[in-house]
Design a protein around this ligand. Structure first.
Ligand SMILES: Cc1cc2nc3c(=O)[nH]c(=O)nc-3n(C[C@H](O)[C@H](O)[C@H](O)COP(=O)(O)OP(=O)(O)OC[C@H]3O[C@@H](n4cnc5c(N)ncnc54)[C@H](O)[C@@H]3O)c2cc1C
Length: 574
C-alpha cells in the first residue's frame, strides 16, 4: 500500500481549526492567500507526492545510497524525482519573489514537507534543508554570496548541507575543531572532518552548497569561537573543491539518504555573517529545521497510521467483545465468524490514539508555521514579539514530542499487523526504522528539553512562558466543560512551573533531571489545547473527530498527571 496524502484532512485543520486565512490576512504580503488558493496548491502537491515520491520509498530502502570512490549514487529514480521536484517550483514555494520564489506562506511549505516525509523520509532528507539554508544565507550572507547562491537555493537547483557534527563534537558543538584560515582574496581555506552529514554527497543536484561550522585561528575555545562558512562542491570557476566524501554510514533505517563522512582539505569557502557568530547564523537554519523534523514525525506517524487503519479493516480475528453473534456472522463472508481487527478495543485504542496525536500535531505545527510568518511580517511589533515567543517555546516541544510519537506510535501501528508487521512485505517496519533517528538529530530530544526549560523558561523566571500560557487560555470559555478542564490544566502547569523554579534555585542539577518531564507536561497540555481547538470547529461532532477526541482524554491525557507527579515528587522538600 502506497502512502496517499489526505489533503482534505490537512486543509480542514489549516482552514477550519487554525484559521489560516484570517491570520494571513493580517500580513500584507499574504493578504491575497485565500482558502481556495491553499486548497489548489495542496491538491497539486498531494498529486505530485503520491505519484512521483511515494513509489520510490521502498526501492530507496532496499537499494540504499551507494558510495564508490568518493561519489554517491542515489537509489534508482531519486535523481529524476528531484529534478522534477525543483523544476516544478516546489522548493521555491515560500522563498521571496525577489529571489525567484513564489512568496507564499511558510505554512504551505510546512504541509508540503509533512507529505513528502510521510511518502519518503529518505528522499526528503535532501530538500528538507533548503528553506533553512536559504533563510540563513538571506539573513547573514554578503551581497556577493547572495548573488552567487541565493537564487540557486531558493529554486532548489543546488542542494545544501549542514556540516556541524564531528567525531568528538555531537551535542556539544563547542568542541568543533574544523579550522578556517583567511586568504588575501577574502576567501578562507577550511580543513577538518565532519561526520553524519546528510546528503554530503549525491547525484540529485549538479552542485552542493555546504554550510560548515569551523574555527578561525585566533578564535576562543567553545561555541563563541565558531564561524560559519559556505563551501561549494564546485567553485564558481567550475573547478571541483577540496571536499571529499570518505564513506557513507550503514544505518538502522533511512537507507535512501546518504549519511556522509566529509573531509575538508583546505577547501575554499566564504564567511557567512560575522566571525565568531557562526552558531547565531546557524540557528536561523536550525530553528526552521527543527519544525521540519517535527513535521517528519507527524508525517511518518500518518503514513504508519494509514497502513494500520487499512489493515484493521481487512484482517479478521476472533469475536470482538460486546458484538452480538448474529451481527458478527452477518459481517463475515468467510467461514469463520471472526470480527475485524479494528473492532477489538485494544486495536481501536491504538488507532484512535495515534489518530489523535497526528491531528494535534498538525494543529500545533501549522499554527507554529503561521506564527513564523507573523513573527517576520506582522505590521505590529507587539504581535511580532508574541509570535516570536510562540515559535521559540513551541519548537523544541514539537520536535521532541512528535518525533518520539513517530517512533513509539509507529511501533504501535506495527502491532496492529501482528507478525505481518514484523515481516518486510507490509512495509510498516520501514517506518519504524526510519523514524527512530528523528529523536536523535537536529538536537537530540534531551537537548530540546534542556533548551525549553533551562534556556527559555527558567532564565526570565517563566515570564515569557506564563505569557504564552495566558495566550493559550485567552479564548477559552469556562462555561464549556472541556475548556474549563483545559483552563485548570494551564493553571496547574503554571503552578508546577513556579514550584520548579523555586526548587531549581536551591539545586543546580534539579532542572536537568526534570527537563524531559517538564517538556512532556507542556507538550501534553498543548495536545489538549489543540483538541480544544478542533472541538470548537464546525465538523467536530462528526464521527471522524469524535473517536480520537475521546481517545485524547481517556488514553493520552493521564500521562500529564504522571509527569506532574514526577515533578511534584522531585521538588518537594525531602
Ligand atoms: C542519520 C543521521 C543524520 C544526521 N545528519 C546530520 C547533518 O546533516 N548534519 C550534522 O551536522 N549532523 C547530523 N547528524 C548528527 C546528529 O545531529 C547528532 O548525532 C546529534 O546531534 C547527537 O550527537 P551525537 O550523536 O554525537 O551524540 P552525543 O552528543 O554524544 O550524545 C549521546 C547521548 O547523550 C545525550 N546528551 C548529550 N549531551 C547531553 C546533555 N548536555 N544533557 C543531556 N543529554 C545529553 C544525547 O541526547 C544522546 O542521547 C545526523 C545524525 C544521524 C544519525
Amino acid at each position: 500500500m502506497l502512502f496517499k496524502p489526505r489533503t482534505d484532512e490537512m486543509l480542514y485543520v489549516l482552514t477550519q481549526v487554525v484559521h489560516a486565512e484570517r491570520r494571513l490576512q493580517e500580513l500584507p504580503a499574504h493578504a491575497e492567500v485565500d482558502a481556495e488558493l491553499m486548497a489548489q496548491l495542496m491538491d497539486e502537491a498531494g498529486k505530485f507526492v503520491a505519484s512521483v515520491i511515494a513509489p520510490l520509498n521502498r526501492i530507496g530502502d532496499e537499494t540504499g545510497a551507494r558510495w564508490s570512490d568518493g561519489a554517491v549514487t542515489m537509489p534508482p529514480g531519486f535523481r529524476d524525482a528531484y529534478q522534477a521536484f525543483w523544476q516544478a517550483g516546489w522548493p521555491a514555494l515560500a522563498a521571496a519573489p525577489e529571489d525567484g520564489g513564489q512568496g507564499l506562506p511558510a505554512v504551505l511549505e510546512a504541509m508540503l514537507f509533512e507529505m513528502l516525509s510521510a511518502a519518503n523520509h529518505a528522499w526528503t532528507m535532501a530538500p528538507d534543508l533548503l528553506h533553512g539554508a536559504y533563510d540563513c544565507l538571506k539573513a547573514h550572507g554578503t551581497q556577493e554570496l547572495k548573488d552567487r547562491y541565493l537564487d540557486k537555493l531558493a529554486s532548489g537547483e543546488w542542494l545544501p548541507t549542514m556540516c556541524l557534527t564531528e567525531p568528538h563534537a555531537g551535542s556539544d558543538l563547542g568542541l568543533v575543531s574544523t579550522r578556517a584560515v583567511a586568504q588575501t582574496d577574502g576567501s578562507y581555506r577550511i580543513s577538518g572532518s565532519k561526520i553524519f552529514i546528510s546528503s554530503g554527497e549525491h547525484d540529485l543536484s549538479d552542485n552542493i552548497v555546504h554550510l560548515v561550522l569551523a574555527r578561525l585561528p585566533d578564535a576562543p575555545p567553545g561555541p563563541k569561537g565558531l564561524s560559519l562558512f559556505l563551501v561549494p562542491k564546485f567553485l564558481p570557476d567550475g573547478a571541483r573543491s577540496a571536499v571529499h566524501c570518505e564513506r557513507i554510514e550503514e544505518k538502522m533505517g533511512l537507507h535512501g539518504s546518504a549519511t556522509c563522512v566529509m573531509r575538508f582539505e583546505a577547501a575554499t569557502g566564504w564567511l557567512i555573517g560575522e566571525s565568531g557568530r557562526g552558531l547565531n547564523a546557524m540557528f536561523v537554519m536550525m530553528n526552521s529545521a527543527r519544525l521540519h523534523v517535527a513535521l517528519q514525525g507527524i508525517g511518518l506517524l500518518e503514513a504508519a497510521w494509514q497502513k494500520a487503519d487499512e489493515y484493521s479493516r481487512e484482517r479478521r480475528q476472533m469475536r470482538a467483545p460486546g458484538r452480538k453473534a448474529a451481527q458478527a456472522r452477518s459481517n463475515a463472508a468467510v467461514a469463520s465468524a471472526a470480527d475485524l481487527i479494528g473492532e477489538h478495543p485494544a486495536m481501536r485504542r491504538i488507532l484512535d490514539s495515534q489518530r489523535a496525536w497526528i491531528d494535534a500535531g498538525r494543529v500545533i505545527a501549522y499554527r507554529t508555521a503561521l506564527e513564523l510568518d507573523i513573527a517576520k511580517q506582522h505590521p505590529s511589533s507587539e504581535r511580532r514579539e508574541a509570535a516570536q515567543r510562540w515559535c521559540s517555546l513551541s519548537t523544541p516541544i514539537l520536535k521532541a514530542i512528535f518525533t518520539q510519537q513517530a517512533f513509539y506510535g509507529g511501533s504501535e501501528c506495527l502491532q496492529v499487523f501482528g507478525g505481518h508487521g514484523y515481516v518486510r512485505e507490509s512495509g510498516i517496519e520501514q517506518h519504524v526504522r526510519d523514524a527512530r533517528v528523528t529523536m536523535i538529530y537536529e538536537g537530540s530530544n534531551e537537548i530540546q528539553a534542556i533548551d525549553l526549560l533551562l534556556r527559555k523558561v527558567l532564565p526570565d523566571g517563566a515570564f515569557a512562558f506564563n505569557g504564552w500560557l495566558a495566550e493559550l487560555g485567552a479564548e477559552l470559555d469556562p462555561a464549556v466543560p472541556a475548556q474549563a478542564r483545559l483552563l485548570s490544566r494551564l493553571t496547574s502547569l503554571r503552578e508546577h512551573t513556579q514550584r520548579l523554579l523555586q526548587a531549581a534555585a536551591q539545586d543546580d542539577t534539579l532542572a536537568y533531571w526534570l527537563a524531559e518531564d517538564f517538556l512532556h507536561a507542556v507538550g501534553l497540555t498543548l495536545v489538549d489545547w489543540a483538541w480544544t481547538q478542533i472541538e470548537r470547529s464546525s465538523e467536530a461532532a462528526e464521527p471522524r473527530w469524535r473517536a480520537p477526541a475521546q481517545a485524547v482524554q481517556r488514553w493520552i491525557m493521564p500521562e500529564l498527571d504522571m509527569r506532574l507527579a514526577i515533578i511534584d515528587a522531585a521538588v518537594a522538600p525531602s
